[in-house]
Ligand binder design. Structure first.
Ligand code: CO
Length: 134
């Protein structure tokens, strides 16, 4: 059911420092910062030949990234995103296997303008999983 790895998201305590590191030390193609108020994050996408890295920084006091950075002050891998053809078919299949969908269970529009859902990390070996319809 899942297809390509769309991106790996890394929560960072200093967005500009992280972007500079990917641009200068790693020589990557680093995009501009984008505010995503619906998700409580500012993101920077880094284009790699086979996938993307998403740098995540909190936007607002109730950002879901605040708690993560409190537990991981140096930053850390926050989630991985797999592509699916049909988000509703994927969601309903996963629910039938007992996996929990975060939030109200309905897809939200993600940072690429496409519908996304998140799956409970306790159901996936401790990894927060995002599914994006492409
Ligand atoms: Co993501």
């Amino acid at each position: 059911m899942i297809g390509r790895l769309n991106h790996v998201a890394i929560a960072v305590p200093d967005l500009e420092a992280a972007a500079d590191q990917y641009r200068n030390a790693l020589g990557a193609n680093v995009g501009p910062a984008q505010d995503e108020p619906d998700h409580g994050v500012t993101v920077i996408f880094i284009e790699l030949p086979n996938t993307k890295i998403e740098l995540l920084y909190p936007l607002g006091d109730d950002s879901p990234i605040n708690g993560f950075l409190e537990k991981n002050p140096a930053g850390g891998i926050h989630h991985i995103c797999y592509e699916v053809d049909d988000i509703i078919v994927a969601r309903d299949h996963l629910k039938s296997t007992g996996a929990r969908v975060l939030g109200n269970g309905e897809p939200k529009i993600g940072a690429h303008g496409k519908p996304v859902i998140f799956l409970h990390p306790k159901d996936f070996n401790g990894a927060l999983v995002e599914l994006e319809q492409v």
